[in-house]
Design a protein around this ligand. Structure first.
Ligand SMILES: CC(C)(COP(=O)(O)OP(=O)(O)OC[C@H]1O[C@@H](n2cnc3c(N)ncnc32)[C@H](O)[C@@H]1OP(=O)(O)O)[C@@H](O)C(=O)NCCC(=O)NCCS
Length: 186
């Protein structure tokens, strides 16, 4: 291949990269339930197991509840590919503790093909910022001991976390500070 052909090809690759559909993070809306359910149905058994800590296949009803969370119960964010046909590729939400409204349980899942590209971290940073703004001071989560990526995410970063083990699960309590996260495209 000569230099001109190579330059043309590099230009094409560059254009494709620039034009590739980008993902954004935004609040879930009731009309997203179908897209959320479609994402659930594309998840591998491993991702589902790590997310729910048991063999489980979420139904449309669960997607509907998540997409319609009220502020007084929790909050849900989506990572969405902004294309003609939008696609949900990540979901993060928290549910407020019934006993203590300053504590919430977060959960996050990213579609398998999109894992490892920073989406989970971005979702959790945005979720923590939102929670702190609503008066939540702690996230408390239970993580499978083999879930290296989630353990890393929960125990690294700007916020101090306390960790203990319960029934083979790692319980991570992370303090939230409103101003520790940079604003993202929520
Ligand atoms: C856990 C999960 C949400 C992480 O999302 P993700 O988009 O894949 O993760 P990111 O690309 O944002 O990476 C997050 C961090 O994990 C680190 N990481 C990636 N792979 C890792 C591994 N195998 N071991 C340890 N750390 C790892 C990354 O380096 C990054 O940390 P850094 O920013 O300090 O470098 C995603 O993998 C997932 O959906 N898993 C299945 C469901 C699940 O486990 N949910 C969590 C329990 S509710």
């Amino acid at each position: 291949m000569n230099d001109t052909a190579l330059a043309k090809m590099e230009n094409l690759v560059w254009q494709e990269a620039v034009q590739a559909p980008a993902w954004v993070i935004r609040q879930a809306r009731p009309q997203d339930a179908g897209l959320i359910h479609e994402m659930y149905s594309r998840l591998s058994a491993d991702s589902l197991y790590y997310r729910y800590l048991r063999p489980y296949k979420p139904q449309l009803e669960e997607a509907c509840q998540l997409a319609s969370l009220d502020d007084d119960r929790g909050f849900a964010l989506l990572a969405v590919i902004n294309a003609k046909q939008p696609q949900v590729i990540g979901v993060a939400h928290y549910i407020l503790s019934l006993e203590d409204l300053s504590v919430a349980e977060p959960a996050v899942v990213v579609e398998d093909d999109w894992q490892g590209y920073g989406i989970g971290k971005a979702l959790m940073a945005a979720l923590a910022q939102e929670a702190a703004g609503h008066g939540v001071t702690y996230f408390r989560s239970a993580i499978h001991s083999l879930n290296a990526r989630a353990l890393h995410m929960a125990t690294h970063g700007p916020n101090p976390s306390k960790v203990h083990w319960e029934d083979g699960l790692m319980i991570v309590e992370r303090r939230l500070h409103e101003n520790l996260f940079t604003k993202s495209a929520v």
